[in-house]
Design a protein around this ligand. Structure first.
Ligand code: AMP
Length: 595
């Protein structure tokens, strides 16, 4: 019988449990479609124990029977009150761990008695010991206490890319940590760590709640500060608006029947622009950027020494966070992994290694290209109509949808042209133009009329671009098939020839075509999509393996590897049959070199 070791991210706001099964990292669902368990514990009306979402839901109304953020108290020799009883912090944490253990057991269908649990790099011995005890109370033998930034680096496989220094920027719901780590082989060393364990996405929600409270005071002469139920609803609406603003330029904080005034219902509907929201949270983000510099100084390093920035924690999805980090560190932060889950994934990878397995890879589907549009803006000191505005950045997990707002330039402007490009160059004209359309019939308005442009990229590489006049809803759109596989000029001819050759081969060898699932090149069926997705994931795993072998290869072998990697990388952008052919050739080469 196998003995499972699970990986657990025991977070301040949320916790997750993951495991490596059949060489794959799985974050285990805590409910249908949900892989995050709120780190909240409570007693229900009938004194039954509530853990997770149910406890979180009752928190606003029954704080005296609920406990949250217990992680902040770990290592203290105090107790917290829940209902009529007192509990040590370890005991509350143990309730969360026990629930995660039960969830893992139900999922795996077997008993789970061992775990790797993560803690912040700055945790003291006492805090680590308390975490270990919490595990034991929950019936788990804690085989390793792992630093969170180390877990994140394991999940991102940063250490496998050669010796390097990285920054792990972790902004969760209620805590912020930044760590500078040294990565070498399988060893991840935390060089310095800094943060604020009372700063996170919840503070961003609070800014929006305050904004709504002021709005109600001004427009309705209402003071809701003493109404816990109203505040709880505002909090929920604020979080939803905040999350929406990560993907779109406007969101509406709305709650029907929020409360009553003079016997009449009060509805809230308050639009917020991303720009206004970013102003509200700018100081918080400024504080985190300062912390990054402090951690760098403590590690004795300069910005130029850093080769990677890894994002951890749900609040790092905030575009302003990513923008500010990129400005400061001149590196596009890595965000391919789900920032809520990557610490648990890293813990599971560590658990697998402890149980003797080879470190598995985390496979994700990402876009290999950046897609964007052009707008009039300042470029090299002059106004230029083709400044590139990227909307979907390369290495973003797909499917993804992102919107931005643009404004008309002239009074009475009746139409706008939306250009769609693939590429990275700040001058849009140096990128590959992949589509263009007009939005005509705009209302008669002064310059500055907002038009919201949305890019949505699906798993099949189909890019849908729409532009909507905000005030009227007038909308036009285009769909660009196979945006991920777009070729320019010569490459297109080359690809055509290659595909023709593959088809000729397939006709010659029907048996082999059948054995490769006979990928119909343009088939739009769900199966074909899934096959294409699997091929891309396989291709990236092979590239990764090739790059690893390259570190020790020399001479002809190295040349072959470089060529092989290049051809698979190129083929990722092509059709499934093309990719399959490239994979087969490259897999043979790897087999030969690895032997
Ligand atoms: P964590 O503690 O890592 O689970 O992070 C939770 C925090 O991330 C909460 O404040 C969430 O509201 C926030 N969060 C989750 N998704 C997003 C998003 N798409 N944009 C901004 N914040 C988010």
């Amino acid at each position: 019988m196998s003995e499972w070791i699970v990986g657990i991210d025991l977070g301040t706001t949320n916790s997750e449990v993951a495991v490596v099964r059949a060489g794959q990292v799985e974050v285990i669902p805590v409910a249908v479609g949900v892989r995050i368990l709120p780190s909240v514990v409570g007693l229900g009306d009938d004194d039954s124990l509530l853990v997770g979402e149910a406890a979180r839901n009752q928190y606003a109304l029954h704080p005296e029977r609920s406990v949250r953020s217990i992680k902040r108290r770990m290592g203290e020799s105090t107790t917290v009150q829940m209902g009529s009883q007192e509990f040590a912090p370890q005991e509350i944490s143990a309730m969360i761990l026990r629930r995660l253990r039960e969830i893992a057991e139900a999922h795996l269908g077997e008993a789970v008695s061992k775990a790797v649990i993560t803690v912040p790099a700055y945790f003291s011995d006492a805090q680590r010991q308390a975490t270990r005890e919490a595990g034991e109370i929950a019936g788990l033998d804690v085989v390793r206490i792992l630093n969170e930034p180390t877990a994140a680096a394991l999940a991102y496989e940063s250490s496998r890319r050669g010796a390097r220094k990285a920054i792990v920027y972790d902004l969760g719901g209620g805590t912020f940590d930044v760590s500078v780590v040294n990565l070498e082989g399988d060893v991840v060393e935390v060089l310095a760590s800094h943060g604020n364990n009372h700063l996170g996405g919840d503070d961003f929600d609070q800014k929006l709640v305050e904004h709504a409270i002021e709005h109600l005071a001004q427009t309705q002469q209402l003071d809701v500060r003493q109404q816990p139920l109203v505040l709880a609803r505002l909090q929920r609406a604020a979080e939803a608006a905040k999350i929406a603003l990560s993907a779109q330029p406007f969101a509406t904080l709305s709650e029907e029947y929020l409360c009553e005034k003079d016997g009449l219902p009060v509805h809230l509907s308050l639009e917020i622009s991303r720009r206004a929201y970013e102003e509200m949270i700018a100081d918080y983000i400024g504080e985190t950027i300062e912390a990054v510099h402090i951690a760098l100084r403590d590690a004795g390093l300069a910005v130029a020494d850093i080769s990677e920035v890894l994002l951890v924690g749900g609040a790092t999805r905030t575009p302003l966070v990513q923008r500010r980090l990129e400005e400061e560190l001149r590196l596009q932060p890595r965000a391919e992994l789900d920032p809520d889950l990557c610490v648990a994934m890293g813990a599971a990878i560590q658990a697998a290694v402890i149980s003797g397995a080879q470190a598995p890879s985390v496979l994700v589907d990402v876009t290999p290209y950046t897609f964007g549009t052009s707008a009039l803006d300042e470029y090299e000191g002059e106004m230029y109509p083709y400044c590139y505005v990227p909307l979907i950045r390369k290495n973003t997990p797909i499917p993804v949808s992102r919107s931005e707002v643009f404004h008309t330039v002239h009074d009475g402007q009746k139409k706008v042209e939306v250009n769609v490009y693939q590429g990275e160059d700040p001058d849009a004209l140096n990128n590959i133009s992949i589509g263009r359309f007009l939005v005509e019939g705009l209302r008669d308005a002064p310059a500055g009329n907002p038009v919201v442009t949305t890019f949505s990229l699906d798993l099949n590489g189909i890019l849908h671009v729409s532009a909507r006049e905000k005030e009227t809803g007038l909308q036009h759109s285009i769909t660009i098939d196979r945006a991920i596989s777009r070729f320019s000029g010569d490459k297109l001819n080359e690809a055509r020839e290659r595909i023709a050759a593959i088809f000729a081969d397939q006709e010659d060898d029907a048996a082999s075509a059948a054995s490769t699932a006979a990928l119909p090149v343009e088939a739009a069926s769900g199966d074909a999509d899934e096959t294409a997705r699997r091929l891309r994931v396989e291709a990236r795993a092979l590239i990764e393996k090739g790059e690893r072998l390259l570190a020790t290869a020399s001479g002809e072998d190295a040349d072959d590897l470089v060529n092989g990697i290049e051809s698979v990388k190129e083929a990722i952008t092509g059709s499934s049959s093309e990719l399959k052919a490239a994979i087969d050739v490259f897999a043979d080469l790897l087999y030969y070199l690895d032997a």
